[in-house]
Design a protein around this ligand. Structure first.
Ligand code: FE2
Ligand code: FE2
Length: 176
């Protein structure tokens, strides 16, 4: 077995968090959908899909490395929110937690001298920078556009396409 039991345990803990994050974002999207924030609902459902993709990446990595991925039960996520802005604060907090967890995983891989896992984790290190930037950019909009009904409506409308907007901007910034 290429993957040690220590690494397998650490990655299975991460799988559990990715599963919780998937359901947490579905729950937020569902609240947005019920509340009339259609752009944000689309955003959070897509965010849930991404977390599920992370869960699968870790699952394949364990199973293909001779270990066993353990798919966990998850606790009921938060289903009620005070405002649209607070849903993005919850999202940012969760992403900051994931960043810490990924950094801890990288440290475990370093300690175990597991170069393959270390290299596999680099994708997630970069991904977390993007995730935090995404949520910070959205939260900034409330400062800039405002928090009255029209402002929130405009922010919500912009969220359906924000992912591609931010990605395009970043790709352009990377070009010389
Ligand atoms: Fe994730
Ligand atoms: Fe994420």
């Amino acid at each position: 077995m290429r993957i040690s039991s220590k690494i397998a345990k650490a990655i299975n803990d991460q799988i559990a968090y990715e599963a919780s994050a998937t359901h947490a974002y579905v729950a937020i999207g569902s609240w947005c959908e019920r509340t009339g924030y259609d752009g944000s609902a689309a955003f959070f459902f897509e965010q849930a899909n991404e977390e599920n993709t992370h869960l699968l990446k870790f699952t394949h990595y364990l199973n293909n490395g001779g270990a066993e991925a353990i798919i966990p039960a998850t606790e009921k996520p938060q289903g009620k929110f005070n405002s649209l802005e607070s849903t993005f604060q919850v999202g940012l907090k969760s992403e900051q937690t994931v960043t810490k967890l990924i950094n801890n995983l990288v440290e475990v891989a370093e300690r175990e001298k597991d170069r393959a896992t270390y290299s596999f984790l680099q994708w997630f290190v970069t991904e977390q920078i993007e995730e935090e930037t995404l949520f910070e950019t959205i939260l900034q909009k409330f400062e800039v556009v405002g928090r009255d009904k029209l402002a929130i409506y405009q922010i919500d409308q912009s969220l359906a396409s924000i992912r591609s907007e931010i990605m395009t901007k970043r790709v352009n910034q990377q070009q010389p």
